[in-house]
Design a protein around this ligand. Structure first.
Ligand code: AMO
Length: 434
């Protein structure tokens, strides 16, 4: 039995009137009007109307067609017929109908967007949830956004690398690690490629990037945290924090521009009119941002992080992407460089969308002795960092970099409320399967 299609829904045009084609997909809808039965077939690229007129169709085929369960997988060979009232202006008059896989009934959820389902029901049957056009559209956009990231960074001279995800040390103080057993030793899932991307500066690669999984054993149960996320990281030598902020804002601009050009059908399926943010992004100092938070009644002390509510208040005051720069040194990780003339402040930044933080980065300490001292001052054991510190002893250039959350980038671009909707199989505090 043939199982190969000749055309996707989008590959057929009314001009192919009279041609024989084979199409394949899921039974989206069956409308049985007695003398005529319409089967709406759904494939990745669209919908196809298969029209069976009782008087003109082989009785066995007509009978099999009208009995199909929704979401069953079928292959239909038939003749294209121009039909103004059908989707895309054509219908298929079937000659052969093969049911390749029957869907059980009732379905665990509705795919046609007519009946909504809560997030747990959807995640429990994620394969089916992902059949919804809006979900597909969001993941096609995620794909194109990452292509734009790779192209942009390649053109800027970055080399893509892959660093270990099973690691021996913590990188980001403050967030918890997932311990794992590595033969008879303790190891962890990496929180960030931070240490390795910096080591690559000592290796002389100059500009590296990585798109990979990061694991954070954070307890939060929010709409913008995952326990496994995908981070876009860069590190660049002979560069300071302002240089890498420039790269970051141009990358954001480029990703939006690429998606708005390449993903018109997906954006329209999601009802989004994408606005490409203008450059340069505003740069607020931490002290400026604190002032805005105070004006909006948020009682935050100097040296504290802003928190969700204050972040929102500052975000709506600014109204577009912006940077918060010059954070207090004490709340940034040990590898962050402080200003020589004002050591309370660090050469660091966060990139903000009005809704939330998208990225953070800094110029790094490249002096071995100072870095060792900072690790100890942060209450960590420098002994655990020997493999990292070693790279700073034999010629480490000055360098800077950032990490950008893929899911946060996509969810803010598409105005998605829950971060779980831009990751296929989210890992959160409660969910380990599917
Ligand atoms: P940071 O910890 O700020 O910095 O992480 C960088 C970006 O990664 C995303 N992110 C997350 N997204 C979803 N769920 C999470 N639990 C989560 N944690 C982080 C965010 C965040 O802005 N090593 C530094 C980066 C650097 O300085 O190069 C780091 O990891 O979008």
């Amino acid at each position: 039995m043939a199982i190969m299609r000749t055309h996707y829904a989008s590959g057929i045009t009314p001009g192919m009137n009279g041609d024989t084609v084979t199409v394949a997909g899921w039974v989206h809808e069956i409308r049985d009007l007695g003398g005529i039965c319409f089967l709406v077939l759904r494939d990745r690229e669209g919908f196809i109307q298969v029209t069976m007129v009782k008087k003109k169709t082989d009785p066995a085929l007509f009978d099999a067609g009208r009995r199909l369960n929704r979401e069953s997988v079928v292959l239909v060979t038939g003749v294209v017929k121009e039909a103004n009232q059908a989707p895309n202006g054509y219908e298929i008059i079937p000659e052969i109908l093969n049911m390749l896989s029957e869907a059980k009934s009732p379905l665990p959820m509705d795919v046609t967007e007519k009946v909504g389902a809560d997030i747990d029901t959807r995640l429990d049957s994620r394969f089916m949830d992902l059949r919804r056009r809006k979900m597909l559209a969001a993941f096609v956009i995620r794909h194109h956004a990452l292509i734009a990231v790779r192209n942009f960074l390649t053109n800027e001279g970055f080399i893509e690398i892959h660093t270990p995800k099973v690691v021996a040390a913590a990188t980001e103080g403050g967030t918890a690690l997932f311990p794992i057993t590595y033969f008879n030793r303790e190891a962890f899932l990496n929180q960030s490629p931070q240490l390795y991307k910096q080591i690559m500066m000592a290796a002389g690669f100059d500009r590296v990037c990585e798109i990979g999984a990061i694991f954070r054993a954070e307890e939060h149960d929010t709409l913008r945290h995952l326990n496994e996320a995908t981070s876009i990281d860069i590190e660049a030598s002979f560069a300071d924090h302002f240089d890498v902020m420039g790269i970051l804002e141009r990358l954001i601009h480029d990703v939006y521009a690429h998606v708005s050009r390449q993903c018109k059908p997906q954006l329209s399926a999601l009802g989004i009119d994408l606005f490409v943010p203008e450059l340069p992004f505003r740069r607020l100092t931490y002290d400026d941002a604190l002032e805005i938070a105070h004006q909006h009644g948020h009682d935050i002390e100097w040296g504290d992080d802003f928190g969700t509510a204050a972040e929102r208040a500052i975000g709506s005051a600014v109204g577009e992407h912006y940077f918060i720069i010059n954070w207090p040194t004490e709340i940034k990780p040990y590898y962050t460089q402080a200003y020589d003339d004002a050591p309370r402040y660090s050469k660091s930044f966060d990139l903000m969308h009005p809704r939330m933080e998208l990225a953070s980065g800094s110029q790094r300490i490249h002096s071995h002795d100072l870095l060792r001292q900072r690790i100890a001052a942060c209450g960590l054991d420098p002994g655990g960092f020997d493999f990292y510190l070693k790279a700073f002893r034999y010629g480490m250039p000055p360098h800077a970099g950032w990490g950008l959350g893929t899911e946060r980038l996509v969810m803010t671009m598409l105005d998605v409320e829950n971060i779980r909707d831009v990751v296929l199989f989210p890992r959160d505090r409660k969910r380990l399967s599917p």
